[in-house]
Write a protein that binds this ligand. Structure first.
Ligand code: FNR
Length: 369
């Protein structure tokens, strides 16, 4: 194996964000925050990754202040004194050991299943009230409600800056609220928030602009997007580079600094005729800093569910990853499951202690080590 060390270790500066290396922890929901307040283990969990050469941590999705924002219990809030105080402590812990951290601000939209919350009668919200089965299950958001939600994203971003986070990531991927506006499956609106692909970016554009206004010019905004959706891993929002460009251009113009192009296997070309993946195309088309992601440190391809794979060689595809980073196809690489099961995955790879790596197992999701 070619030493991955050199490819990982180059520092990078994106505006005010100075990262010591190219490794990012992918945002991963962990449900260890009873009543929305991160438990004391959460700060130790993030600190451990920062201590072990993860240059930038993107937190698990954190909920903006809206009654229907969440789809699971024990997901952290990003509002209210208690939750924000705890986030402030987490930021301090990560900073103490030289790490950088950004919260991923999130609204799950129509992914909320009311059956999981029998004590409340809060229905999911989305562009056209269409659920993951394609059925109309609740009212479409009114324009006033859309404006309120945009304000809530901006408030969350303002709090991120106030607490001392180093950047903010807007979750626009995987079929959650913002992505539901992008997708013609969920978005059947005939007003200014619906229409062709570029019109369907309007909600995201207004969120990004409001966030920019709330955080000022110096605070980096990361925007995560994907082709795949929770209910359809094969979904293609864009079918060729031209469509990708018309999708991304309004987001760039609105103020995104860093794109996080979420794919399930980083080595897969996105379009025919080039080996660039979605992140590679995003960089080529926008010139922005781009994070790639997908099955780093895992061998078997993800099968049907995101947590079902078999692993035996954690170094598979690492040469390819090094080449892509060295060629500048993308700038940063996010690592998800490999970092759940081994907080020291990066240092073990860098120092050749591959046999000491604790490889991912679904059971690791039950604990917060
Ligand atoms: C995720 N993923 C995810 N993505 C996101 O944008 N916000 C989130 O809150 C979560 N939550 C989450 C929880 C768990 C348990 C897993 C395994 C994944 C997706 C994640 O960020 C990443 O894109 C994928 O896991 C692919 O990366 P790896 O795991 O192949 O490196």
């Amino acid at each position: 194996m070619k030493p991955i060390k050199s490819s990982f270790e180059k520092p990078i500066e994106i505006g005010s964000l100075k990262l010591k290396n190219r490794v990012v922890m992918a945002p991963m929901t962990r449900c260890f925050s009873p009543d929305g307040v991160p438990s004391s283990e959460v700060s130790a969990y993030y600190r451990r990754r920062a201590e072990n050469e993860v240059g930038l941590i993107i937190t698990e999705g954190v909920l903006i202040e809206h009654e229907a924002a969440g789809a699971e219990h024990d997901v952290p809030h990003f509002y209210g004194e208690k939750a924000l105080n705890e986030w402030s402590r987490i930021v301090d812990e990560v900073h103490k050991v030289g790490g950088k951290i950004a919260p991923q601000i999130w609204h799950t939209g129509m992914a909320r299943e009311p059956e999981k919350f029998p004590a409340s009668n809060i229905q999911p919200v989305g562009p056209s009230g269409i659920n993951f089965k394609g059925e109309k299950s609740s009212q479409s958001l009114t324009v006033n409600e859309i404006h309120d939600l945009i304000r809530k994203y901006a408030e969350a971003a303002a709090n991120a800056k106030k607490i001392g986070f180093d950047a903010v990531e807007i979750h626009g991927a995987h079929g959650y609220l913002i992505d539901q506006f992008f997708s013609e499956f969920f978005n059947k609106r005939t007003d200014e928030y619906g229409g062709d692909l570029s019109q369907r970016t309007r909600f995201a554009v207004e969120v990004i602009k409001a966030v920019r206004e709330a955080v000022g010019l110096d605070f980096p905004i990361i925007f995560r997007f994907s082709q795949w959706k929770l209910n359809d891993y094969e979904y293609k929002l864009v079918k060729n580079p031209k469509e990708l460009k018309s999708f991304l251009t309004p987001l760039v113009d609105a103020g995104v600094d860093i794109f996080h192009a979420s794919t399930r296997r980083f080595w897969e070309p996105e379009f025919e005729g080039s080996d660039l993946n979605l992140a590679g195309w995003t960089k080529k088309l926008t010139g922005k800093t781009v994070i790639s992601v997908g099955s780093v440190g895992l061998t078997a391809q993800l099968t049907k569910n995101i947590d079902e794979s078999k692993f035996n060689d954690t170094t598979a595809h690492l040469d390819e990853l090094g080449d892509k980073l060295d060629e500048g196809q993308f700038d940063l690489i996010a690592i998800g499951r490999a970092l759940i099961s081994d907080p020291a995955w990066v240092t073990k790879i860098q120092t050749g202690k591959v046999e000491e790596i604790n490889v991912f197992d679904k059971a690791d999701l039950k604990t917060l080590y």
